[in-house]
Design a protein around this ligand. Structure first.
Ligand code: ZN
Length: 274
């Protein structure tokens, strides 16, 4: 298997125009191209990128970072090994994914009551049935992906229904902090639209003397040593607005937080260990 540097050199050698990966890995790869090889990834020949495995490519800030880094158009895609490729983002990029309803029946279930949600704008977990699986039938499979229906028809003209914002996270990852439901992708949305921050971050939830505490670890962009009070203040305000929670923000040196090769594990809930 090639390492990241070898993959970048292979893209250069073959003049590859398309690639696929997790948003985390492809951002990391762009960073490696710049820092270790002195290459601007946007100068390479990649034109189209399909992302899967994480919600990122449907989170506007993450999509923009990927498109800028690679000088390419980024498309989101969601599927699962047990089910198959059940969704795709069309060329109109309406801010969500089409469900491939010719091959899959997708239902959304309320996380608390288990009732089927048919109205747009209410997130729940996806229950999916595949019509084409013979050897391994898949009937009302609980995927634990959090999705919600979109109400608007897609400008591309397809009538397969849209899920707004793609897969928003996993039911397993949505957790109660200080009595508030917290979805890690809401934190990603805030961090990734803040231009002063690098692509990497980490969230730690702990319980200290009976109180939940959330720490967000961030890095300034490469070449910057610290973050100004104005940036930190705005970050705190936007996090509170988006998630209804307060955060302790720790600023780490650029490049010091963990980098991931596949799916990231940025959200760490340490409360069960106490
Ligand atoms: Zn469309």
């Amino acid at each position: 298997m090639l390492d990241t540097t070898a993959r970048i050199l292979k893209i250069q050698e073959l003049k590859a125009t398309a690639m696929m990966g997790t948003p985390t890995y492809l951002l990391n790869m762009a960073d490696v191209a710049r820092s270790r090889l002195g290459l601007d990834p946007a100068e390479l020949t990649i034109e189209k990128i399909t992302c899967a495995g994480e919600p990122g490519a449907s989170i506007p800030g993450t999509k923009q970072r990927l498109e800028k880094a690679w000088g390419a158009k980024v498309f989101d895609h969601a599927g699962a090994t047990e089910i198959g490729a059940w969704s795709y983002e069309c060329a109109a990029q309406p801010g969500g994914l089409h469900v491939n309803e010719g091959l899959f029946l997708v239902e959304i279930e309320d996380l608390v009551t288990g009732q089927t949600i048919t109205t747009p704008g209410r997130p729940g977990k996806m229950i999916i049935t595949a019509f084409d699986r013979l050897a391994q039938p898949c009937l009302r499979f609980d995927s634990k992906d959090i999705i919600e229906w979109d109400s608007a028809p897609c400008p591309c003209g397809r009538t397969y229904r849209l899920i707004r914002g793609g897969v928003q996270g996993r039911a397993d990852d949505i957790t109660k902090v200080k009595g508030v439901l917290l979805s890690p992708s809401a934190i990603e949305a805030v961090v990734r639209r803040c231009a002063a921050l690098s692509d990497e971050y980490e969230v730690v939830v702990e319980r200290i003397t009976g109180q939940d505490r959330i720490t967000l670890r961030v890095e300034p962009c490469a070449g910057q040593e610290c973050l100004g009070d104005e940036v930190l203040g705005r970050l705190k305000d936007e996090l509170r607005l988006e998630t209804n929670l307060g955060y302790i923000i720790e600023v780490h040196q650029p490049g010091s937080l963990t980098r991931y090769e596949g799916k990231a594990r940025r959200f760490k809930d340490l409360r069960q260990q106490h």
